[in-house]
Design a protein around this ligand. Structure first.
Ligand code: SF4
Length: 154
């Protein structure tokens, strides 16, 4: 859903490239290296200045010609090992759901809220988590489990 949102914002001319450069701490007018400039010269005849700002203007201009994407998304599950297609499904794009998800995620990463407990259905991921030994949630769940075992044994 996030890719669709990015795609549509580019296609509708809503994408804020100035904000992107600022967020990623990029200098949009810094000249490209000679190697990159030579490569771009071969592939983008319309570019006038060899920097990110100029390249981004061309990207945005091309997206505007494509138009907004469809609201039904198709998800494919591909096996990394041999690239075989395991399954696929269709899902409806839900802008409200995505906005809530992004808000919830960014408030955490900006330090404006505490982490939430993991839904128990997602706990299988803890088996491969590098933070498992220090994870407060796991410790809390282990204590809860020990307590419930004790109360069953009484
Ligand atoms: S061990 Fe803790 S940090 Fe790691 S996935 Fe599980 S809940 Fe998250």
């Amino acid at each position: 859903m996030l890719y669709k949102k990015l795609f549509d914002e580019l296609a509708e001319g809503k994408f804020d490239d100035v904000m992107m450069f600022k967020t990623l701490d990029l200098n949009p007018i810094l000249e490209f290296s000679k190697e990159l400039t030579d490569f771009i010269k071969l592939n983008l005849k319309e570019i006038r200045e060899f920097n990110l700002k100029s390249l981004m203007n061309i990207v945005i201009d091309r997206f505007r010609k494509v138009g907004k994407s469809y609201d039904i998304l198709e998800v494919h599950y591909i096996l990394q090992e041999n690239r075989s297609n395991l399954n696929f499904k269709y899902t409806n794009y839900d802008e409200n759901k995505l906005t809530k998800y992004l808000y919830n995620t960014t408030t955490y990463w900006k330090g404006n809220r505490n982490p939430e407990d993991v839904p128990i259905e997602e706990a299988w991921k803890c088996q491969i988590c590098e933070f498992a030994d220090d994870c407060d949630w796991r410790k809390k769940k282990i204590i809860e489990l020990q307590r419930s075992k004790r109360s069953l044994n009484k």
